[in-house]
Write a protein of this length. Sequence first.
Length: 430
Amino acid sequence: MKIEHECPQCGAPVVLEETDRLLSCNFCRTKLSIQTRDFFRYYFPPAENIKEDIFFVPYWRFRGMHFCCITDRIKHGLLDKTIPAVESRSLQPSLGLRPQTLKPRFVQPTDKRVFLEPRLSFKESYILTEQKVSFEQVPVRKDLTLFESFDIPITETVIKQDVLFYESFIAETLSLLYAPVYMRDGIIYDAILKEPASDHPYDGTLDLQVAGKNLTALFLPTICPNCGRDMVAERDSCILACPHCSSLWATSPEGFTTTHFAVMRAAKSSADLVYLPFWRMKMSVRGVDLKSYADLVRFANLPKSIRKEWEESALYFWAPAFKVPPPTFLMLSKQLTLLQPDKNIDDNLTGIRVYPVNLPGTEAIESVKITIADMCARKKIFFPQLDSTGAERIECLLVYYPFIDTKNEFIQQDLRLGIQKNALKMGQRI
Ligand SMILES: [Zn+2]
Ligand SMILES: [Zn+2]
């Protein structure tokens, strides 16, 4: 989905991708970081010459990774969906192809239009939609009482069909997309096509008088708050780097906030090194024993004999701080967590090449439960307990890890990891 906007500095037209967090103007060379207090809000302009009052109905627009823990395995995919953020039979259940064919605009502070408040969260709306069209025909049945009467391990004969135990959305771009409608003779009309929005007369379920909070996007100059020089950012970066004073800045509606980070340095420096960012998280895990490295060895059934000191050594969860397709994301999170990389760290970015961060720490924290599920050696027994399993953040640190930049791959020899460059390229489109 592409968004039409004007450069706040010079007024030149700019077309943005929905994942863009940086506006760079080709005319005046301004670079601005785009921020929001909760969700980005866009609207489709209505057709011209409509006499009735126009009001704007919110839809959730979701793009991101989707993981499902099903029976004894993890299914993953990319989701690209537009679903209503209010419940009403008099509206279109989806905006169809419009996000691909029409260019919406940012809701602006000067907009005096009526934007209705969302009444359903994305998840609530998603569940409602899924009851109509099931996710790849997997029956949703979280009735766990079936398992409680069995002390013996659950066998194939007990599970007659697949069960979805947990699902999670990660690395999402979630925004509100407003579609214009109007009322004529008790029927809601689509104000783009000028035709009735559904077969149902208006059911009275919308708060037509209540205008939404109308929170608009904010544009901040990408200047380092510490040294005043230009920071480095890619169009989808959520963390900006200042190579001049070795500082990192997370974007927030209040401005830029300093972000702690660590560099795990390569043994010798060389020109083909690039530092890829990862989130290293210390978590308090509930529902399953995962406090130390020894716990992990048992949980994942690693072929290692447990040393006494492992019972005391802290356990960190890892996840990439860059977007990659779901299978690569799962693989990297699992491998790094199982390997528990441990090297001397410093916090100096001078002279090193770093790969941009486009996956925020909050999303990495969300992914820990899926990583736990993925590492478990006995999934069939563990998955029914996923409802009572959780993980709260204690500490989350951005860690740069050195990789060798080859033609098609980034390679980490000590960890025996390779990441296809293609996967990173595909990730930028998630
Ligand atoms: Zn400009
Ligand atoms: Zn600086």
